[in-house]
Design a protein around this ligand. Structure first.
Ligand code: HEM
Length: 434
């Protein structure tokens, strides 16, 4: 194994650009494009991407793979130690505020912590940790949040019994209602206009700097969020945000709403596996039958969501830019070099993981997965996701509520056994009564 980056030749550069990076961009980094995700599943694009990177890793002895994309130098890393170096070395000398991310996120969250300069981060990161209660497995307002989840699950179950099933689009509508209730309270539950506005701007963000910024629309979003945040009752994330720092809140809330979308996708995919595997469902039901006092922790259900995120990561690539020249093995790479961690490659690497393509939630419970720097569904180090525990609380509760019903998932035979498909289009999922 070597730490010295290798410059890829033109043929290998084209292969990485077309088989690894292009499918990620095509599916939409900020909001998924349904036609592209369906295409990605049909072609199992993650399988091809993994094969290309595994081949280059073998050929170059584990060297980081350096490629030129126009004026940009991008290094695709292939070893967990390199992932660790990038993530532990964030936000300096490896900033998460990369050229690509700033270009995309400025469309709807120009003050978001993820793209903030380091001095602003010093205020915004602690604000996020305080409002989201990053260190707590169950947020102080967990009972209110899980009530919102129970309400949403009830709507989906009525749909199941009324029309015989629900698809990803119905799930998304209800999921947004749950999210709006968690963030702003029950009066905001039906504010689909807010979600549509956010999603329009996320659509622009998919095009990054190639789409002009619509400042009128962004200000309209900011106005609506300000109103909702001001009106939010205690027991909501917005109220927790006001308490953590009223002046900082407006810049951070757009990221929260955006990021909850990924949590919905992870729940849907986990539910698809649960519906296809009676043994997983039985364990979920056993766990939820004996929840103990207070808001239940549901470790196995959390592990099922984590496993869904390992197998089908929602952050397709974790990016960093170096802020100063950095020494890698025998080379020094200039400041401004981009680094990419392709999640699907690390998360299913058979060289490190016996269970690469299998559904094994237990590996999150016995510590195996937590010790591996290649498994980064919520990133890692000082810039890791401060919403991790909150996400796992909300999604685990939704999963057990829905698992209580005997569901059938279309195309379930692909999910009933291992190996699981490399790419799963969550937007194409449909559930019915068994
Ligand atoms: C399944 C759901 C989610 C996943 C997989 C996820 C994953 C991630 C990842 C990978 C990062 C780091 C990106 C990087 O290193 O460049 C991140 C950052 C962040 N996430 Fe999440 N996230 C999720 C949901 C949420 C939610 C619901 C919230 C808030 C309510 C949230 C708040 C944040 C914030 C504020 C950051 C920026 C942290 C910083 O820059 O210091 N996330 N998330």
């Amino acid at each position: 194994m070597t730490d010295t980056p290798v410059d890829l030749g033109p043929a290998a550069t084209v292969r990485v650009a077309t088989s690894v990076l292009a499918p990620l961009v095509a599916q939409g980094a900020i909001v998924r494009r349904p036609r592209a995700t369906a295409w990605a599943e049909r072609h199992q694009t993650d399988r091809t991407a993994r094969a290309v990177l595994a081949g280059l890793r073998a050929r170059h002895d584990g060297a980081p793979l350096a490629l030129r994309l126009g004026p940009r130098r991008m290094v695709v890393v292939t070893q967990p130690d390199h992932v660790r170096r990038l993530l532990e070395g964030s936000p300096e000398p490896f900033t998460p505020a990369t050229t690509e991310k700033v270009g995309a996120l400025r469309h709807f969250q120009p003050d978001g912590v993820l793209i903030s300069p380091t001095p602003d981060r010093a205020v915004r990161r602690p604000f996020n940790e305080a409002a989201l209660r990053t260190e707590l497995p169950v947020h102080d307002d967990g009972a209110a949040f899980t009530d919102a989840v129970r309400h949403g699950a009830g709507v989906l179950v009525r749909e199941l019994h009324g029309s015989g099933g629900f698809d990803a689009q119905t799930f998304a509508r209800v999921w947004w209602e749950v999210v709006l209730e968690i963030v702003f309270g029950a009066p905001a539950r039906g504010d689909h206009e807010l979600v549509d506005l956010l999603n329009t701007l996320r659509g622009h963000a998919n095009w990054s700097v190639f789409h002009p910024r619509d400042d009128d629309l962004r200000q309209e979003l900011a106005r609506r969020l300000e109103y909702r945040t001001g009106a939010a009752e205690p027991g909501t994330l917005a109220a927790a945000a006001r308490a953590a720092g009223a002046a900082t809140a407006p810049g951070q809330v757009p990221h929260w709403l955006f990021a909850f979308d990924a949590a919905g996708a992870a729940t849907l995919r986990a539910l698809a596996v649960v519906a296809a595997r009676p043994e997983v469902r039985a364990r979920l039901l056993a766990e939820s039958a004996d929840p103990g006092p207070g808001t239940a922790l549901l470790p196995y259900a959390r592990a099922c969501v984590l496993e869904s995120l390992r197998l089908w990561p929602t952050t397709l690539v974790v990016l960093r830019d170096s802020t100063e020249p950095t020494v890698w093995g025998e080379r020094t790479l200039p400041a401004g070099t981009g680094f990419a961690v392709v999640s699907a490659f690390f998360h299913r690497d058979p060289e490190r993981l016996d269970h690469a393509d299998a559904f094994v939630p237990e590996a999150w419970l016995d510590g195996r997965n937590n010790a591996d720097w290649g498994l980064v569904p919520f990133s890692g180090g000082p810039v890791s996701c401060p919403g991790r525990n909150l996400v796992l609380l909300v999604t685990s509760h939704l999963l057990v509520h829905l698992a209580a019903h005997d569901l059938r998932v279309e195309r379930g035979r692909y999910l009933a056994g291992d190996p699981l498909p490399a790419t799963m289009d969550h937007l194409g999922l449909r559930f019915s009564r068994a």
